[in-house]
Design a protein around this ligand. Structure first.
Ligand code: DMJ
Length: 480
């Protein structure tokens, strides 16, 4: 069964077959034997079609289990606290963060009753008219990104209405002297605050607002988000790097450290992706000019492999030698930029980081090969890059890598009925959090890695930074 979007819903028969294979493989001990599989995966991997199908089914059943637990204990709340079985709302009032963020994953996995129920909840209960100050970045990538993606997947017009309502409430964020957004906006009053921002929060808006402009015919969304990106770009250093913190009112940098880490990461990602999604020549040029500076000053070829560390934005001098779970998005962006060689090298390094303790840490010193910041909030980036590399190379090595990630997630982060972040990847002590991006990204990318390519036509979409696929073919305005 295939939708116009190129998405094949798994048929009952193929799912039954996969379930059967899954049972067999589990009985044979082929799943969850992390240590042996990890070792095999380092050199090369060989995964049979039956194993691949069983892995996809295992991810799907893990997603269903975690979803059912969210539903049982936290239905209608932003998130589930997995260790205490309580609901949690980011701003006191729920914005249905988990149902919205998870919806396209449920759809892509063919979990129709769950997807329909989540969509019904969103259609009838998501109330954006709330007197709360929300973080632009998070609300844009998680809520707006998913509403748009799910509208394209379902043609449910209510989702586009909600996206447009949200976009309108968010627009005051751009009312700064530079056009770069304040960090927070009040959804009811439009009041803004937070003048110290960073490249990621300023430059991770165009995929969503650009798509909203396309779908509503309201060009203002595209123009505001694009201007913010260009204003940021115009403040690059003479050697083409960006700092980590900038005052959006004065336009002056307040932290000159250049990185690809969280705080900068998705700005680069969106230059590359907006160039493709919208065929935007300015974004293409900004990205083509930025990538050489990243590769010259941040890339670090060391005895432990290729990594990307920290440098001074003005001189290019090396300022640090750490990498981390968020940085692991970069191989995916290198794949989109046709640099498979570097992407593969960096992914191998990330895999070494992961295997140092069996789960990757937030930050890792790649010279000492030691954990610097030990948390793991169920992040997806290393799996996202595995999916891109598998798509580009069809090398089974990446399936084997993915199998290691899945096995270790199950081994270390699984609770009896859901998943929990780790407070420390060394001790594997769990933390009471299951971020919505676990559904939106971690499980989705794992599933897509193992599922048949027909599960989602990779070439027909661009994923926003929260893994919500936006249609590439939406090149003409589709006014409601
Ligand atoms: C997600 O919200 C997005 O991927 C964002 O770009 C970075 N942080 C999380 C996942 O780690």
């Amino acid at each position: 069964m295939k939708s116009t979007y190129g998405i094949a819903m798994p048929s009952c028969l193929s799912l039954l077959a996969a379930k059967k294979t899954l049972g067999l493989l589990m009985a044979m001990g082929l799943l969850l034997s992390a240590a042996t599989r990890s070792a095999a995966a380092t050199a090369s991997g060989s995964i049979s079609p039956e194993e691949k199908a069983a892995l996809a089914e295992r991810v799907r059943s893990e997603a269903l289990q975690a979803w059912n637990t969210y539903k049982k204990y936290a239905w209608g709340h932003d998130e589930l606290k997995p260790l205490t079985h309580k609901g949690f709302d980011w701003y006191g009032h729920s914005l249905l963060m988990t149902p919205v963020d998870a919806l396209d994953t449920l759809i892509l996995m063919g979990l129709k009753p769950q997807a329909d129920e989540a969509r019904q909840l969103i259609d009838t209960k998501l109330n954006l008219d709330q007197d709360i100050s929300v973080k632009d970045f998070e609300i844009t990538i998680r809520l707006l990104g998913s509403l748009l993606s799910c509208y394209e997947l379902t043609n449910d017009h209510r989702l586009l209405e909600l996206a447009d309502d949200l976009g309108r409430r968010m627009l005051p964020m751009f009312n700064s002297p530079t056009g770069m957004p304040y960090e927070y906006v009040n959804l009811h009053t439009g009041a803004v605050k937070g003048n110290l921002s960073n490249p990621a929060e300023i430059g991770t808006l165009l995929l969503e607002y650009g798509t909203l402009a396309r779908l509503t015919g309201k060009q203002i969304y595209y123009d505001k988000a694009k201007r913010a990106m260009v204003e940021l770009y115009n403040r690059r250093s003479p050697i083409g790097l960006f700092g980590s913190e900038i005052d959006i009112e004065t336009g002056k940098w307040t932290n000159p450290e250049a990185t690809i880490q969280g705080g900068t990461d998705s700005f680069y990602e969106y230059l590359a992706k907006a160039a493709i999604l919208f065929d935007d020549k300015d974004c293409a040029k900004m990205w083509q000019e930025s990538l050489p500076a990243i590769n010259k000053y941040l890339a670090d070829q060391t005895p432990t492999g290729l990594w990307y560390g920290e440098a001074d934005m003005t001189t290019g001098a090396r300022k640090g030698t750490t990498y981390g779970s968020l940085d692991a998005f970069f191989p995916a962006v290198l794949v989109l930029s046709d640099d498979i060689t570097r992407a593969a090298q960096l992914q191998d390094s990330g895999y070494k980081m992961w295997n140092t303790t069996g789960i990757e840490p937030e930050r890792f010193d790649y010279i000492q090969m030691q954990v610097v910041s030990p948390g793991y909030p169920l992040r997806p980036e290393i799996i996202e890059s595995t999916y891109y590399l598998y798509h580009a190379t069809h090398d089974d090595k990446y399936l084997a890598m993915g199998q290691t990630y899945l096995n270790n997630l199950i081994k270390y982060c699984r609770t009896k009925d859901a998943y929990a972040a780790l407070a420390d990847v060394r001790s594997k002590k769990k933390a009471n959090g299951m971020e919505s991006f676990f559904f939106a990204e971690t499980l989705k990318y794992l599933y897509l890695l193992f599922a048949p390519e027909s599960a989602l036509d990779f070439n027909a979409v661009i994923f926003n930074t929260e893994a919500h696929p936006l249609k590439r073919s939406a090149l003409t305005n589709q006014h409601p």
